[in-house]
Ligand binder design. Structure first.
Ligand SMILES: O=P(O)(O)OC[C@H]1O[C@@H](O)[C@H](O)[C@@H](O)[C@@H]1O
Length: 144
C-alpha cells in the first residue's frame, strides 16, 4: 500500500504479542512485544496465526487501512528499506519511503488439498477515516 512516510507516520496494529518468523534472520522465530509495529529499518516478517483484522494507521493521511482476511492464518509485513530498494531493478531507489506491504498468507503450514477438495482464501482491504480506532477491529465488520 501507498503510505505518506514510512518512518514517522505509519504503524501497524493487530500483530502485537504474536510470534513471527524473521526472513532477515534465517526465518528465526521471535515474539513481537506489546507495542504497535513502527518502521525505522528493513522489515521482512511472517506473523503467525494472526487475528482476522489488521490495521495500518497513516497518521499524516488521517487514514487507516483495515485488512480483513479469511482462510489465511499468517501476515507478511515487508519494507525493503534503502539498500535493498537500490538493489531491486523493479523498485525505485526512494519508493520504500512511501510503501508498506502487509499481506495475508499461509506460510507456516501448507494448505494441502485432496483431489476434488476446495479451499477459499479471502482478503478485503478498506480505507477508513482516522477516527476509526483499533478497538473497532471487529472481524464481522462489513466493508463493502
Ligand atoms: O521479489 P518479489 O518476489 O516480488 O518479492 C518481494 C518481497 O515480497 C515480500 O512479500 C517478501 O516478504 C519478501 O521476502 C520479498 O523480497
Amino acid at each position: 500500500m501507498f503510505v505518506s512516510c514510512i518512518n514517522s507516520e505509519v504503524r501497524v496494529e493487530g500483530l502485537e504479542t504474536l510470534d513471527y518468523l524473521d526472513n532477515l534472520c534465517q526465518k528465526e522465530r521471535f515474539t513481537e512485544q506489546g507495542d504497535a509495529i513502527t518502521f525505522e529499518s528493513e522489515v521482512d516478517r511472517v506473523y503467525l496465526s494472526s487475528p482476522q483484522c489488521v490495521a495500518v494507521l497513516d497518521h499524516e493521511r488521517k487514514r487507516t487501512y483495515v485488512m480483513r482476511k479469511e482462510g489465511l492464518p499468517d501476515v507478511v509485513v515487508w519494507n525493503p528499506w534503502e539498500k535493498k530498494s537500490k538493489a531491486m531493478t523493479d523498485f525505485g531507489d526512494e519508493e520504500y519511503k512511501q510503501m508498506l506491504c502487509v499481506d495475508a498468507a499461509a506460510i507456516e503450514k501448507n494448505i494441502t488439498l485432496k483431489p476434488g477438495e476446495e479451499w477459499t482464501g479471502r482478503v478485503e482491504l478498506a480505507a477508513v477515516p482516522s477516527s476509526f480506532c483499533s478497538d473497532d477491529l471487529d472481524p464481522h465488520l462489513k466493508f463493502f
